[in-house]
Design a binder for this molecule. Structure first.
Ligand code: AMP
Length: 249
């Protein structure tokens, strides 16, 4: 059984985001880029399923600029068998990515697609759901446990106030939550091995996919700066300040 894992190249989570001076977006020039953290969890899960014998091949897919090849190499260093880059310089919104992933899933004959629950740059949390809808496959989002058995999957999901376990038939789409696993440390020998794995480059046109944006970003602004704090002498002064100055109680 083949598993597809979607990996997005995003600004590294340690980087302090700078907004472009014209407010048109986030400044990514000279900024460290990495694999979206939820996608590392997705790759780790797929590799563990392969190690357990339930899966025969793990294919990592990224959509975007040529530099996404680095993200695919990281996925292969974690343990993915090969990579597919759907290369384009165009801005890709979740619907466009979902269309491309659908095309790759169908071409590869994948039985399971694992994505991150959300990309930390756009925070959309849409791609997995759109992909499941386009494919007409069941979906289990925000997975904290995935077990494959009897042609289906049992997926435990984190919901308000507890855990929900759902049974879905394959083929299916799963998106990962933080507690699903802890991705392994990528070792130097595995980075070297990953360089030799196959990486196929295709384009949206190969699939006849319309990836034109459907949403227009009007402006991007930085969060308001926090004002300086004040020190208060005692609890009574704190209560008075919260009541009279901050007016929150
Ligand atoms: P989003 O819906 O944008 O929050 O993204 C959710 C998940 O979809 C990500 O964690 C990735 O697994 C996948 N994804 C989004 N954009 C891309 C992309 N350009 N290439 C590959 N996977 C992506």
């Amino acid at each position: 059984m083949k598993v597809l894992v979607a990996v997005k190249r995003v600004v590294d989570y340690n980087v302090k985001i700078r907004v472009k001076s014209d407010g048109s977006g986030v400044d990514t020039s000279g900024v460290k880029m990495s694999m979206n953290p939820f996608d590392e969890i997705a790759v780790e899960e797929a590799v563990r399923l392969k190690e357990s014998g339930a899966v025969t091949e793990v294919v990592a897919v990224s959509c975007g600029v040529a530099a996404c090849q680095e993200t695919l190499r990281t996925a292969m260093a974690i343990g993915a068998d090969r990579g597919v880059l759907v290369q384009t310089d165009a801005e890709l919104q979740p619907l466009a990515v979902a269309k491309l992933l659908k095309a790759v899933a169908e071409r590869e004959g994948a039985r399971l697609v694992i994505l991150g629950k959300q990309a930390i740059d756009d925070d959309c949390n849409q791609t997995a759901q759109m992909l499941a809808a386009l494919l007409g496959w069941p979906q289990a989002t925000f997975a904290s446990k995935v077990e494959l058995a009897d042609g289906g999957a049992r997926v435990t999901r984190e919901v308000d106030g507890g855990l929900e376990t759902v049974a879905i038939k394959l083929p299916a789409v799963v998106s990962t939550d933080l507690r699903l696993n802890e991705p392994r440390y990528v070792t130097l020998p595995n980075i070297m091995k990953a360089k030799k794995k196959s990486l196929d480059v295709v384009s949206p046109a190969d699939f006849g996919a319309d990836v034109a944006p459907r949403l227009k970003t009007l402006k991007v602004v930085e969060p308001a700066k926090r004002g300086a704090g004040v020190k208060v002498a005692d609890v009574a002064a704190l209560v008075a300040a919260l009541k009279n100055d901050a007016k929150v109680i």
